[in-house]
Design a protein around this ligand. Structure first.
Ligand code: DQA
Length: 147
């Protein structure tokens, strides 16, 4: 069976490539999406890669993943540090979640060190740029294989 994986990106990640490249690198979000699609193919997974600047839209997408998806990779961006609504949605769907960040949130301002998303995540991968997403797909493939 092909697992469907939902990869969600939060606010301002549509500006990757132009936005603070010293922190987030020069990859565009589109480029990361293509790399994730290719990685998914090698792992026998169908990847659905999306971005929204709106908290409510991310919550709605997480809720709808309960039907038909096997796991979630989530870079909630700034909402990681603020959103109880996203945490509650992740808890409601009961799917394996891997939290990712491009930057190492533990090396930056102290307000980035706390993430609500982490409380619902099986694992957290940060600081490795686009590679954070690809490693998250590897991790999910293994977790789903073991189920
Ligand atoms: C981020 C880290 C967050 O603190 C920040 O608000 C982002 C991006 C990352 O991928 O490094 O927008 O999630």
């Amino acid at each position: 069976m092909t697992h469907k994986i939902l990869i969600l990106n939060g606010p301002n990640l549509n500006m990757l490539g132009e936005r603070e490249p010293d922190i987030y690198g020069s990859d565009s979000l589109e480029g990361i999406g293509v790399a994730c699609q290719h990685k998914g193919q090698t792992l026998g997974m169908a990847v659905d890669f999306r971005q929204s600047n709106e908290e409510g839209e991310l919550v709605t997408w997480i809720q709808s993943a309960a039907k038909g998806y096997s796991g979630i990779v989530l870079n909630a961006a700034a909402y990681s540090h603020t959103s109880i609504a996203i945490l509650d949605a992740l808890r409601a769907v009961d799917l394996p979640v891997i939290e990712v960040h491009l930057s190492n949130i533990h090396r930056r301002e102290s307000f980035r060190r706390h993430s609500y998303v982490s409380q619902a995540a099986l694992g957290v991968i940060c600081g490795l740029g686009a590679q954070s997403y690809l490693l998250a797909l590897d991790a999910l493939a293994r977790i789903l294989d073991e189920e």
